[in-house]
Design a protein around this ligand. Structure first.
Ligand SMILES: [Zn+2]
Length: 208
């Protein structure tokens, strides 16, 4: 398995350096490099590890598309404020969940969804925006998370580490009901009947 480490910022570069250190086949590339160069590198890799010093949601959506095009597993570690976000591990073609599902689920279920959306717009508008700096522990956690995902991992699993309190949220993604990639609608699908269709199948199991 050829590992490709895509990185942004000092933190991302340090994580990538650790990931490729003892692996002569592994490659590293800036996440901000030319799109064609990244696409070619993704196509030749067996696993893509992304490490960034701040959120790059739009670029990660593009990486997700590229990895799905080439059937390559990938995972991401990023620093978002005081949170070190590890994962999710995305495994194309399993229908477990994709990056689009991850962002939408977080926006819907985390308390700070509105704040996250505002920050995302600010990050997209200003390439220099972000909180620089990291600790050796954050590097070690990021490296371990990406190595674990590269060696197998659990598709859809992610962890959010609060770097101030040390608390860890671990969870797994459930794909969106209407995600065109993970749950493509069946022919004749009527979104207004989703609840009835799901419930009637469940009731048939309970009522002979
Ligand atoms: Zn999806």
């Amino acid at each position: 398995m050829t590992l490709l480490a895509l990185h942004a910022g000092d933190f991302g570069a340090a994580v990538a350096a650790r990931l490729i250190e003892d692996d002569p086949d592994a490659r590293e590339l800036s996440l901000l490099a030319d799109a064609k160069a990244i696409e070619d590198a993704v196509a030749r890799s067996g696993f893509v590890a992304v490490a960034t010093w701040r959120p790059y949601v739009d670029l990660c959506r593009w990486i997700d598309d590229a990895c799905h095009r080439h059937g390559v597993r990938w995972s991401v570690v990023e620093i978002a404020g005081t949170t070190l976000s590890c994962g999710p591990l995305i495994a194309p073609r399993l229908g477990v969940a994709c990056y689009h599902c991850y962002v939408a689920r977080l926006d819907a279920h985390r308390r700070e969804g509105d704040r996250r959306r505002v920050l995302r717009q600010a990050y997209a508008a200003d390439a220099s925006l972000g909180a620089p700096g990291h600790t050796p522990a954050m590097l070690a956690i990021a490296e371990a998370a990406l190595r674990d995902d590269a060696l197998g991992g659990v598709p859809g699993r992610f962890r959010h580490v609060d770097v101030l309190s040390g608390s860890v949220l671990e969870s797994e993604l459930i794909p969106l009901h209407d995600c065109p990639r993970c749950r493509p609608p069946k022919p004749g699908h009527d979104p207004k009947r989703r609840y009835v269709d799901v419930m009637s199948a469940e009731l048939e199991k309970l009522i002979p």
